[in-house]
Design a protein around this ligand. Sequence first.
Ligand code: SIN
Length: 324
Amino acid sequence: MFKTKIGNLDLETCIYNASGVYCVEFGELLKLADPGFSNSVILTKSCTLEPRIGNNLPRYYDTKLLSINSSGLPNLGYQFYCDNAHIIKEHSEFKKPYILSISGLTLEDNYKIITEAVNNNFIDGIELNLSCPNVIGKPQVGYDFTIMEEIIRKASEIIETGRDARLESGSGFLFGLKLPPYFDISHFDMACDIINNSNVQSLTCINSIGNGLVIDTEKELVAIAPKNGYGGIGGTVIKPTALANVHYFYRNTKCSIIGCGGISRGMDAFEHILCGASAVQIGTHFHKKRNVCFKEILTELGSIMKSKNYKTIDDFRGKLVHYK
Ligand code: SIN
């Protein structure tokens, strides 16, 4: 009922974690690999060349409707996530693909990490994160279309070379991007042009909405410490922006779309799929509910599908109706 495909990767279910939440440490990745949980992919925290401790605490805060984070890419360094891919995948009985999220601090760092990933047969693909809003002094690549084009072109070359070698061993490799939210149609179109001239196969829409400000009114204090309180906004309030991005990229590229933003119930996942998502990622709600959230959302999604007589997610994926 929930089987799906992103690029050439077959997934048992259409739900998994958003990069960032409970996917930094070895033990967290092992939990994601647990065959008893309904998530279908093990997606790592966005990694950099060197390990990072990230921004100052407190750096995460949430309310019923939203979350704000400015973690600043705390991670154990790409080598850790590459070296442990085999053990973590084995724990999933090799049923869940292992995808490396990458957010190198320079172009060269990204190319080095991508090269290592595509040459590791236990890594099934990458999600190149062009959209982290929280590294002090580093603009979001997804908003600079010149750099975005350059990084995608070079990453495509590296991946094509690596793929040839992998094909001999029979394993494919997913090239995915994680995009920031776009708000203006001219920006959507510029991003689509770049993507349509590349070998990118999947798009995760969207990362958090960057540089929001949440206030603890009791204390008259910013909710988080880094960047004077500015951070990425997630949770229920970002769902309309996420849906518009899923819908636009679904209609205007050939990529598989992974919907992310504002999903805490089966109906939220249903809406993302109706807009064209082939799978959904859970961030803020995963943070609140931990791994049980995957099963809960799928159970609700299954009831919605039954009530509408849909047998597979392809029966309604992308079939959102418009006024004439
Ligand atoms: C962070 O580590 O600050 C979040 C990563 C992201 O938003 O891409």
